[in-house]
Design a protein around this ligand. Structure first.
Ligand code: 13P
Length: 248
């Protein structure tokens, strides 16, 4: 089954009105092939701003988090309907920075995933192991545990993109090798097949994140289970376009 190449740009807590407008305007004039889907994720404050300036129908917007309630007394939080209301169609959930710094638990991330999907917001679900977990041979156990929190609650994965982001590769300049990343992606797909069925698992995009840049993106092109990238630092730079156009 053909899976559409997916490139996400996670701006994290970076940017200003001016710099985000510049990035959006650069994307507006970029010729993006029909075979590529691009999603940018500015900080929540700038989601609406980005949506106001975006004119390229091949680019969508994601929030970086959502709380699993529609509205109410949840100071500082945002809901999936609000995300949609200001022009975004996706949300990043389970990012390692939220798992480790904010201490979000697997179950909470699964609840958020259910909430977003229920309100028709697509989910970029991040999973990945810490360096010490990799060194202890626990990569798959960790990744499967993070995935199973969601497979236990969600049976329809058609609006989920899985982002495998080994924590040791994030922001370090040391991307996983294509061989190491492909091996984990292949294992994730096999695991998903057991949990949600082979047909669905074959359709789920599994994208790689961790120090992807304009120069190394092409090195993953021969990996059959790497369906795109979730890009941090390089999504703020002109080289983001090289990543978007890397699989030609
Ligand atoms: P870097 O591309 O900066 O390593 O960040 C990856 C990431 O965390 C994307 O969500």
């Amino acid at each position: 089954m053909a899976r559409k190449f997916f490139v996400g740009g996670n701006f994290k807590m970076n940017g200003s009105k001016e710099s985000i407008k510049e990035i959006v305007e650069a994307l507006n004039t970029l010729e993006i092939p029909d075979s590529v889907e691009v999603v940018i994720s500015p900080p929540a404050l700038y989601v609406h701003w980005a949506a106001l300036h975006l004119t390229n129908p091949k680019v969508a917007i994601a929030a970086q988090n959502a709380f699993p309630q529609i509205s109410g007394a949840y100071t500082g939080e945002i809901s999936a309907p609000q995300i949609k209301d200001v022009g975004a169609e996706w949300v990043i959930l389970g990012h390692s920075e939220r798992r480790t710094i904010i201490k979000e638990a697997d179950d909470f991330i699964a609840e958020k995933t259910m909430h977003a999907l229920k309100h028709e917001v697509g989910v970029i679900l991040c999973v990945g192991e810490l360096l010490e977990e990799r060194e202890a041979g626990k990569t798959l156990a960790v990744v499967f545990r993070q995935l199973d929190a969601v497979t236990d609650k969600v049976s329809d994965w058609s609006n989920i993109v899985v982002a495998y982001e080994p924590v040791w590769a994030i922001g370090t300049g040391l991307a996983a090798t294509p061989e190491d990343a492909e091996a984990v992606h292949d294992d994730i797909r096999k695991h998903l097949a057991e949990k949600i069925g082979k047909e669905q698992a074959d359709g789920v995009r599994i994208i790689y994140g961790g120090s992807v840049n304009g120069a190394n993106a092409k090195t993953f092109n021969s990996c059959p289970d790497i369906d795109g990238y979730l890009v941090g630092g390089a999504s703020l730079k002109p080289e983001f376009k090289d990543i978007i156009l890397s699989r030609q």
